[in-house]
Design a protein around this ligand. Sequence first.
Ligand SMILES: *Cc1c(COP(=O)(O)O)cnc(C)c1O
Length: 390
Amino acid sequence: MDWRTKLLNPAPRARRDYKSLATPVYRGSTVVFDNQGAVSDDWQQAENGYTYGLYGTPTTLELAARIADLENARHTFIVPGGQAAIALVYLAFCKAGSHALIPVSAYGPNREMADGLLRGFGVTVEPYDPLIGGGIRDLIKDNTTLIWCESPGSVTMEVQDIPTIVEAAHESGVAVALDNTYAAGVLFDAFAHGVDVSMQALTKYVGGHSDILLGSVSVRDEAAYQTLGPIYRQLGLAVSPDDCSLALRGLQTLAVRLDQLEKSTLTVANWLAEHPSIETVFHPALASCPGHDSWKRDFTGSASVFSFMFKDDVSPAQVEAIINSLKIFRIGLSWGGVTSLAVVYPDLDRPGKDYGGRLVRLNVGLEQESDLIGDLQDAITDVLDQTGAN
Ligand SMILES: *Cc1c(COP(=O)(O)O)cnc(C)c1O
């Protein structure tokens, strides 16, 4: 063999029996077949063997299997982000002429897709009150094919009565999809509560360190698996095996991170609830959170993200100044990482509700609780003393 050919000979030279604790990062687009008769292009690689890197390498399928195991799912699809997971669910369960329902408190870009891409494809997505419960029956039409739930909702944190919504949906043969990102797929057991499709932004708690973007779509039964699979294939939602290996590493510390984050977050939330300048704290484990009773009944814990609203003698400009004065909390979107974050939501679209530019969302990280409370205390005191409110 010429040395040029040797360079391209992929036959392994090193031993392949390395028994590491870490899942190897398998890169690869092409899969080599033993003979022409074995060539196929099949997305169902977990059952039928590897055919093409687009449907995942062993690293991706290892992550998929571990998420499926955690959520008690039949199968999990790994996709490039939470938003891609949302798109996959819509495109698998809706077609031109379909009607879908989405809580007004759903993740903003989910609602944006409903009003943009899907409307253009002839799919009508109707917003509903997240606390509607059994009232959802009245919104289900002959052409309803999908009901979204997200619990707690983004930013305003309403906890939904999932079993009641599922019951109404299933009476009419409608599929229920849940954005289960807050629960990291573990604090709320989606399938035990009857949900058909559970998706997560793995970007948040599974990744856990603000350095990857990944999503998952998990299904309980074979029919949903067969509905999603071909659309997953057609959309070409491939992910990087490097990112999957970081998510696999994140899984190893998910339990300790969630335990610590729950404790610190409750400490900060309870401190805010007692603060004279704070009107309400929207944390699922506090009675002041809409849908708190559903949380108590259905969840096994709470996470690191919650919101609170200043009293109306604090102006929106002061709220902004307070957030700008924070030294440990950084200003940023997304959550579930190790760093505490704060962000103001000045113009939320919540029909019948006006948060008056005084709603702030926090993500509590792994910093010392007393430092976080000190940071909030100093920022609030400095701004309100200077500008003379209270
Ligand atoms: C962040 C988030 C998403 C989107 O996830 P990306 O990975 O950022 O695309 C979807 N749903 C919820 C509830 C989220 O918080």
